[in-house]
Design a protein around this ligand. Structure first.
Ligand code: C2E
Ligand code: CA
Ligand code: CA
Ligand code: CA
Length: 283
């Protein structure tokens, strides 16, 4: 009981600290920040980036999202957090566009932003996305919202209506962590999804040294099936968590369109993205 109490009070402390961190008052040092992980297309060009939130806690140091997103979701703080992420990611893209004059990438560079179920369900979500794009003068085509299967499975009708509305403005959608949820596949053909993101767990199964697994099945057979299905549905496929040349080679041979993972780059602070991109294009 004592341990439970301690865990509960630690969660409460984290929640209060997160509340404080969300009061982003100008002169105070900013605790929340975004890193951006490059996404590379099959031609080797920078296709886009995924915005990933980090929390620089005053006492605990850098806390990864895995340690506070669930708590933020449970407490509802995910809504202001998600709104801040959207605004900051859009602003960063605008700053890169201004700085680079578009020179270093295939246009338009996509900014992928994670949207939690609770955030997506907010009645003013569509308005907020549109207002953010307008405020920054960003083309909607450069924004890709990443939804998970749980959002979609939640309430298909309502989800579909919201997605279609945003789609009319040009906003794109990715289905995140594909293959890890329990939802049925039947919803896939109804939704305006542009990109299917194959979860890292499938990519980890690829191993060039072991063409067959102990069970006798080729480990990557599911990846090939997912890619074929996605292409039939006119979706592009992005593989996440690509770490090795063997994984990349296999994914390319299987027809995967876009790649993201440590093999190319870890998530980078805003100021390092343009230098990274221009160095790459000179190689
Ligand atoms: P995700 O959306 O699946 O994001 C990919 C995660 O995999 C990131 O972890 C990224 O740093 C990590 N990763 C990328 N490439 C590799 C690789 O090659 N190897 C390995 N081992 N890992 C790789 P991160 O940044 O810790 O984020 C964890 C999760 O937190 C994200 O998973 C996402 O679900 C959530 N998250 C992050 N930022 C946000 C946000 O702004 N809003 C919401 N709602 N969720 C977020
Ligand atoms: Ca994601
Ligand atoms: Ca993912
Ligand atoms: Ca994942």
């Amino acid at each position: 009981a004592h341990a439970l109490q301690e865990a509960a009070s630690a969660r409460l402390a984290l929640r209060n600290d997160l509340k404080a961190a969300l009061h982003i008052t100008a002169p105070a040092p900013q605790e929340l920040l975004l890193h951006y992980q490059p996404q590379i297309n099959a031609q080797g060009q920078l296709h886009g980036v995924e915005a990933l939130v980090r929390w620089n806690h005053p006492q605990q140091g850098l806390i990864p999202p895995g340690a506070f997103i669930a708590e933020a979701e449970a407490s509802g703080l995910i809504v202001p957090l998600g709104n801040w992420v959207l605004l900051e990611a859009a602003a960063a893209l605008r700053r890169w566009q201004t700085e680079s004059g578009h020179a270093t990438w295939a246009q338009p560079l996509t900014m992928a932003v994670n949207v939690s179920p609770r955030q997506f369900r907010e009645p003013d979500f569509v308005d907020r996305v549109c207002a953010t794009l307008e405020q920054l003068g960003l083309n909607a085509l450069s924004l890709e919202l990443e939804l998970t299967e749980s959002v979609v499975a939640d309430d298909l009708e309502a989800t579909l209506a919201k997605m279609q509305l945003l789609r009319q403005y040009g906003v794109r959608f990715a289905l995140d962590d594909f293959g890890t949820g329990y939802s049925s596949l039947s919803y896939l053909k109804h939704l305006p999804i542009d990109t299917l993101k194959i979860d890292r767990s499938f990519v980890m199964d690829i191993d060039a040294q072991a063409p067959t697994s102990p069970g006798g099945k080729r480990p990557a057979v599911l990846i090939e099936a997912i890619i074929a299905m996605a292409h039939q549905l006119n979706m592009q496929v992005l593989a996440e968590g690509v770490e090795t040349p063997a994984q990349l080679a296999h994914l390319k041979a299987s027809g995967c369109d876009i790649f993201q993972g440590y093999f190319f780059s870890k998530p980078l602070p805003e100021g390092l993205l343009l230098p990274w991109a221009s160095q790459r294009s000179q190689e």
